[in-house]
Design a protein around this ligand. Structure first.
Ligand code: GLA
Length: 374
């Protein structure tokens, strides 16, 4: 337990769920995530030294990061995210101050709900605040993304960090990943709830081909931009795709088909959400899952089984994997009065097929960064 009154600030950032728009943020598409009430919280106080002393509520480890040697912590087991964030915030021209930080994470690790973004974003917001600077949440998100790419080595898009920093309670974010324009759309699901379920695939078995997918889309963009006037794959219209798609070999063709169709699904889903049309939204979620399974190939047996079990429930209007994939969570739209039976039956179908259970979360849609002075 943290004794909050020993610290100066309590600063948290959100985990996120992505409602629709999967694997298109790094193609310049629009995505529709929402920030969650599961979060990473940082308790921080100045310590008038030139180190960041890090500890966790859930780990016995303690790590000291010297402010003049941040680069050297790239491969440490715990604390590398915080070191990377501090280093890139420093590189962006901000001052750092020695401090004690206790980290407490309620975003389940490896769940696809962006525990890493929540850690990165809350750490940078804490570093900035304790150094006496006001921060711009967008800049925090962009720096956190750079830390993930340049320090941790995952070539991610901007969706997770942006949602973690800039989320708004009760709202989904229609985020244009090319321009970073963000429209907040109230989550209106008359009579329905969003249910998040974790397939609990052991993390050491998650074979992440994330960087490989990115490389494939980059290669496709290289080929297509010689013919079509596009600066990112999300610019490719269905007409352009039907004209130039034949330039791509089998796998690349499938990947780009997913991108083109997912871009259209986000648009349709945003309209359905604004009308409060859960049935339409649900079938868009189902179509997205099928595409991530067959064209983009980022699901796997566990997520496919969980989504299919959910989709087969009479009270479920749609279900799909959410986040990077390969393991992690699904998101389902379920009629409110069917939620408890949905969890029971979906959970049983899944456990019977896979041999271990799924977990269901009742996370709420929440704000991004929250700063509290203690
Ligand atoms: C991960 C990445 C995001 C995004 C999703 C897939 O969560 O961090 O940038 O690409 O996968 O939509």
């Amino acid at each position: 337990m943290v004794n909050a009154k020993d610290y100066e600030f309590k600063i948290s950032a959100a985990g996120r769920v992505n409602i629709i728009g999967e694997h298109i943020d790094y193609c310049g598409g629009k995505v529709m995530p929402a920030a969650l009430s599961v979060r990473n919280t940082v308790y921080v106080r100045r310590n008038d030294s030139d180190v960041i002393d890090l500890s966790w509520t859930t780990l016995p480890d303690k790590v000291s990061l010297r402010l003049d040697a941040l680069e050297s912590y790239r491969n440490i087991k715990y604390g590398n995210y915080q070191a990377g964030c501090a280093l890139l915030w420093q590189h962006a021209g901000h001052k750092l101050a020695g401090c004690d930080m206790v980290q407490e994470c309620t975003v389940p690790f490896g769940s696809g709900l962006s525990s890493s973004a929540a850690i990165e974003v809350s750490t940078i917001a804490a570093l900035s605040t304790i150094a006496g600077e006001k921060f711009d949440p967008k800049e925090v998100a962009l720096t956190a993304q750079r830390a993930e790419r340049e320090f941790v080595g995952v070539n991610c898009g901007i969706m997770d960090q942006y949602a973690s920093a800039c989320g708004k309670r009760g709202h989904a974010m229609l985020l244009d990943c090319k321009t970073l324009d963000c429209e907040y759309v109230p989550v209106r699901l008359d009579g329905c709830s969003l249910i998040i379920a974790n397939c609990n695939k052991p993390h050491n078995l998650v074979e992440s081909r994330y960087n490989e997918r990115r490389a494939e889309t980059d290669a496709a963009l290289d080929i297509l931009s010689k013919k079509a006037n596009i600066s990112c794959l999300a610019d490719l219209t269905p007409e352009m795709f039907s004209r130039y798609g034949k330039l791509l070999d089998g796998k690349l063709y499938d990947r780009v088909k997913h991108v083109v169709e997912e871009v259209a699904r986000v648009d349709a889903a945003a309209k359905a959400m604004k009308r409060g049309d859960c049935a339409a939204l649900g079938s868009i979620l189902n179509a997205s899952h099928a595409s991530l399974k067959d064209l983009y190939e980022v699901t796997g047996r566990e997520l496919d089984t969980l989504a299919a079990a959910a989709q087969s429930h009479p009270g479920c209007l749609g279900s799909r994997m959410t986040g990077g994939g390969f393991g992690g969570c699904t998101i389902s739209i379920v009629q409110k009065d069917a939620v408890s039976d949905f969890k029971k039956r979906t959970g049983k179908l899944y456990a019977d097929a896979i041999g271990y259970g799924a977990s269901f979360y009742d996370a709420e849609i929440s704000d991004g960064i929250v700063v509290e002075e203690l």
